[in-house]
Design a protein around this ligand. Structure first.
Ligand code: UD1
Length: 329
């Protein structure tokens, strides 16, 4: 199914300078009036196109938020404290952004009668009882981060029931792609950095744990569909349906970079989830979304972008490995 073009709208992207938010802004900015609210604590101004309105501020600040949201008809809510371990160290701090301030965003949407698409997370499921995990699976998040995302996910859906606001919650699996950086940035960017430097690639535990890695450009497409889908008041998984072990990932990255890094094992991460993988049936059926980029080509394009950056060449998006066929491989 083709992704609908969204044009001539007034749109707010919270966390719009961050990893996922900035890719979404890139897709929206040419055809819409786009505003971004971001604290720039982890977001980067360099990732924003010139023609967006930037409000430097916190979504927890009602004045800043009100200014950013005035007159919008669509809000993509991506501002969050994304580190699971930080949420364990300081649950109230992450709760303030991930839940309390997020409620301000929902309230502001209500005020403006704007559709809201909220970044939820596969973290809501905790340790899945069955794989792949469907949206109706039990939710039992082990971390404050997961608890906060679950509460936000439920509020998002209830705002449709209680107030008739068109809302959608997108439950992201493990998102990767360009601009993912920093200490909490995810295993793919960590392994790529290690491989490029020739440093040991550090697997936590035995490496047999698995994840569903979804490319950020697919995540952008899921957001664009959520902006127009009729089936609102719902949560949708955003993943590929394919699982890859951390060991396979380490080998794929070492091969793709041609690195001579050793692959080493260290202690497993406390509270790590063993396996995670999306059941994509509901998103395919009701959201009209299917991931198109498989892990090999997504990693290949990251490696090429890196070598192009060092030679000054431009590379496009990764090739789509599944356009309409339904076979993802
Ligand atoms: C990720 C998200 C989290 C989201 C969750 C949903 C990131 C950074 N975190 O958590 O926000 O709630 O998915 O499912 O995207 N690993 C190594 N070596 C490393 C780093 C990681 O072996 O150097 C392993 C970890 O132990 C883990 C796996 O790789 O088993 C994935 O880790 P990570 O990328 O941090 O993501 P999640 O913990 O799955």
């Amino acid at each position: 199914m083709d992704t609908p073009a969204i044009s001539d709208r007034t749109i707010l992207v919270t966390g719009g300078a961050g990893f996922i938010g900035s890719h979404l802004v890139d897709a929206l900015a040419p055809h819409n009036e786009v505003r971004v609210i971001d604290t720039f604590a982890t977001g980067d101004r360099a990732h924003l196109p010139d023609d967006v309105t930037v409000i430097e501020g916190d979504i927890g600040d009602p004045i800043a938020l009100q200014r950013a949201a005035r007159g919008v008809d669509l809000i993509f809510h991506h501002a969050a404290l994304v580190s699971v371990s930080q949420s364990v160290d300081a649950p109230r701090q992450s709760n303030r952004t991930n839940l309390e301030a997020s409620l301000l965003v929902l309230e502001q949407a209500r005020q403006e009668d704007a559709r809201v698409v909220v970044a939820s997370s596969a973290a809501v499921y905790g340790h899945p009882e069955e794989l792949p995990v469907s949206e109706s699976a039990s939710t039992n998040p082990p971390s404050p981060y997961g608890i906060q995302k679950l509460a936000l996910d439920q509020y998002t859906r209830r705002y449709e029931e209680l107030y008739g606001l068109p809302t959608v919650a997108l439950r992201y699996f493990n998102v990767y792609g360009p601009r993912q950086q920093g200490p909490y940035s995810g295993v793919i960017s960590t392994f790529l950095e290690q491989a490029r430097a020739g440093d040991p690639i550090t697997i936590e535990g035995d490496g047999q744990q698995s994840r569903d890695f979804v490319h950020v450009s697919d995540v952008v497409r899921a957001n664009l569909r959520a902006a127009t889908v009729d089936a609102v008041g719902e949560a949708y998984n955003v993943g590929t349906g394919e699982r890859t072990t951390v060991r396979e990932l380490a080998e794929t990255i070492r091969d793709a970079t041609g690195s001579s890094s050793q692959i080493v094992h260290r202690d497993p991460r406390a509270g790590d989830i063993r396996h995670s993988g999306a059941d994509t049936a509901k998103a395919t059926r009701k959201l009209g979304f299917e991931a198109r980029i498989n892990l090999e080509s997504g990693i290949q394009s990251l490696v090429e972008a890196d070598s192009a950056a060092s030679t000054g060449k431009d590379v496009g998006s990764p090739p789509e490995t599944n356009s309409e066929s339904g076979t993802y491989s």
